[in-house]
Write a protein that binds this ligand. Structure first.
Ligand code: GCW
Length: 712
């Protein structure tokens, strides 16, 4: 590529020519100006009023200014248009274009069937002769419809396109930021953050870059996210003040995100009545404490009328909670729910509760059991505006673990499933690890057996009242938002799967590729697309291959959780062990001879996991302690499987890096360089994993590799 071409590419990829003075210069992720070309070259009519309609209008106007189209806002005269965005509701004498669009939309809805309602966020896309019509019942639907048109590019204007109706499967699609306001001495500005500082906070104060937050809101809206919490669930002194003295800082963020239909939530400390209110207790049954929460919550809503609610990590890893007062989690959560209920808020109460002062000598305590043991007995006791937020697995966001049994054990409770977009255990945004396929597998998992409901159905709830999907965010003040540019795809995929958990994750990835690397901005779009699929599609399984084997988990360096540390946690208080000895490896969680964890599942999986015959290979060591010579369903022995997958994993990473090098000159050079540099680190780290794991198990077992490869 010559210098001119590279400058041209750079202009396409970066917002370096802001249309407005306060637009930030950061990587545009999945909304580069180029993605708006097809829309921006059209004649567009936007009909309706209100904040979100204004956002649609603003987006369309910006695209049209750039690409030569035209836009009208609710004209009273007749105009010839290519695209209409309109609300369905009747109003006085709309223009004939709007009337035509509405009646074509109604016909299309009848054709689709079940057409009565598009809901608070849904929309219809249909063709009326030469015109594309986007109809919605509520303004949020128009906003999501707009981003759908952007995603479709020219296909949105295909005369043959049949009508489509879209409604989100899950009501709340939320990101939790583990961002600290003040820099934490160990965890830094963002706990488990791998993309620089926080976009919200810096050194104890708001960061003040509202343009960047607005840009973030846009990206989230385009992926489907509609809620965020803006501070870490570990709430320290400075962060606690966001609820009271520093509420203005939260309100400012809420104001910036509101035009993108994103509600702000706050992580609060259970001890707030003591640390902020000067009370002598935070006992949830104390009248004074309840009154304090009620009054404080009213003040929050006075300032932020659409405030989402509280997120609480209580009695977990040192955070305060109801146990101090001899109360349980239902007492604690209900107290906050009571304060929030009259104002329309919810409390997301996390189920991540376990004993982190375990004695490794004590074989009877099993961390995997903890959330169920604490929460399942409380089913039916939570108020309706409590959402119990459950990590998808029973341990902690591992590369592979079974689905948490809590999710199937609380039919009378609103459950939110929590995922982790930030790659704490999956390569920390130094490794390519596309998590879409993993989340998809989790969301499709059917806890009652293959014919039963899936996890996503539980999160959706009966008639849509479930707790939704939540994920820990992965962005920071990094130029590419996510440190590793390809980690943007995880954020995008989270939003899209939260909107529709049944979508094929590879199709979602393809969508992300088209938006982020617009075909018109690359010399060889097919090559770019193919290379990205080859690198990313299977990257989670590749990561699994070179790290902890067969679902046993952890084996990471204590503290930072990066890189191999096979025995790093083996003799600690954290309760995450593998029990490898000279004869075998794995955790016996059976009812017959182990911790009994398998019994927390409904019968189908309780049986399947209990038996060596039916336990899936990939989870074998999570549920069973087996000899190294145990033969897997795949036909390989456990020890040979460990060697084979670890050699294969490193070969795959090497191939990824080779593949990436073919993109040199094809894409934005800054993206190219950043990814190339990270792939070097991935190759180094994967090699370290391979050699430590293989050597460890070779030394323990004394069993040589059948193929005689290098083990140390
Ligand atoms: O995965 C663990 C992390 C902690 C985190 C905790 C949690 C915010 O290592 O850093 O704390 O989970 O989910 O609360």
């Amino acid at each position: 590529m010559n210098a001119d071409e590279s400058v041209h590419l750079e202009q396409l990829m970066f917002v370096d020519d802001p249309m407005e003075p306060n637009e930030p210069r950061v990587h545009p992720a999945w909304l580069p100006p180029e993605a708006f070309r097809s829309l921006g070259a059209r004649r567009v009519l936007v009909h309706g009023d209100g904040l979100l309609v204004d956002t649609v209008l603003h987006e369309v106007s910006r695209a049209c200014a750039r690409y030569g189209g035209r836009v009208w806002h609710s004209p009273s005269w007749d105009v010839d248009v290519d695209l209409v965005f309109a609300l369905r509701g009747a109003d006085e004498s709309p223009s004939s274009a709007v009337r035509a669009a509405r009646s074509a939309g109604e016909v299309a809805l009848t054709e689709i069937g079940d057409g009565a309602s598009l809901g608070d966020e849904g929309f219809l896309l249909a063709r009326d002769g030469d015109v594309t019509v986007v109809l919605a019942d509520a303004p949020a639907g128009l906003l999501y419809g707009l981003f759908h048109v952007v995603r479709l590019c020219a296909a949105a204007f295909d005369p043959e396109r049949p009508p489509e109706r879209h409604r989100p499967a899950l009501r709340r699609r939320m990101l939790d930021h583990w961002d600290n306001v003040a820099v934490h001495p160990v965890m830094g500005q963002v706990e488990r953050g791998y993309a620089g500082g926080s976009i919200f906070w810096r050194d104890g104060r708001p960061r003040g870059d509202l343009a960047r937050i607005r840009e973030y809101g846009r990206l989230l809206a385009a992926s489907g996210v509609n809620a965020i919490s803006v501070n870490n669930v570990n709430v320290a002194r400075t962060e606690a003040l966001l609820l009271t003295d520093r509420l203005g800082d939260v309100a400012e963020i809420a104001d910036v995100l509101r035009p993108y239909h994103i509600r702000v939530h706050l992580s609060v400390t259970f001890a707030a009545p003591v640390v902020l209110g000067g009370l002598s207790t935070a006992d949830p049954l104390d009248e004074g404490v309840r009154a304090w929460w009620a009054a404080t919550t009213r003040t929050v809503y006075d300032r932020i009328p659409d405030f989402g609610g509280y997120v609480v990590k209580a009695d977990s890893e040192g955070q305060p909670g109801p146990f101090t007062y001899g109360r349980d989690h239902a007492d604690g959560a209900n107290m906050l729910a009571e304060a929030l209920a009259p104002l329309g808020g919810v409390v997301h109460w996390r189920a991540f509760v376990y004993n982190h002062h375990q004695d490794w000598r004590d074989r009877s305590t099993d961390r995997a059991r903890a959330a169920y043991d604490h929460f399942a007995p409380l089913d039916g006791r939570f108020r309706t505006n409590v959402v119990v937020q459950v990590k998808f697995g029973p341990v902690d966001f591992q590369t592979r673990e079974p689905v948490s049994p809590v999710i199937a054990a609380m039919p009378a409770t609103r459950i939110a499933v929590e995922l982790q977009v930030t790659q704490e255990y999956t390569g920390q945004q130094r490794h390519v690890c596309h998590l879409g396929p993993w989340w998809s597998e989790v969301l499709r998992f059917a806890p009652w057996g293959p014919d039963g409901r899936a996890l996503a159905d539980v999160a959706a709830g009966e008639s849509g009242v479930g707790g939704g999907l939540v994920a820990v965010a992965n962005v920071g003040d990094d130029l590419f938002w996510t440190g590793h540019p390809l980690a943007q795809a995880n954020l995008y995929t989270f939003g899209r799967l939260a909107w529709d958990p049944r979508r094929d994750p590879t199709a979602v990835l393809d969508e992300w590729i088209t938006l982020t690397f617009p075909p018109s901005a690359t010399a060889d779009p097919d090559l770019v697309r193919r290379a990205l699929h080859e690198i990313m599609d299977d990257s989670w399984r590749t990561y699994e291959r070179y790290t902890a084997p067969l679902g046993v988990g952890f084996m990471v360096n204590p503290g930072d959780h990066y890189g191999p540390g096979v025995d790093g946690y083996e003799y600690t208080r954290w309760g995450t062990y593998h029990f490898a000895d000279r004869d075998g490896v794995g955790v016996d969680r059976t009812r017959a001879s182990g911790t009994g964890f398998t019994g927390q599942y409904p019968p189908y999986w309780a049986e399947a996991y209990e038996s060596l015959e039916t336990c899936p290979d990939e989870l074998l060591l999570f549920f069973h302690h087996v000899p190294y010579g145990h033969v897997l369903h795949s036909g390989s022995t456990v020890i040979q499987h460990i060697y084979d997958t670890h050699f294969a994993g490193v070969e795959e990473v090497t191939a990824m890096r080779r593949r990436w090098l073919t993109l040199n000159g094809m894409i934005d050079p800054a993206v190219y360089e950043r990814v190339a540099e990270r792939l070097d680190e991935q190759v180094r780290c994967a090699t370290e994993w391979r050699d430590q794991i293989n050597t460890y198990f070779y030394r323990k077992s004394g069993v040589p590799d059948e193929r005689g490869r290098d083990i140390y």
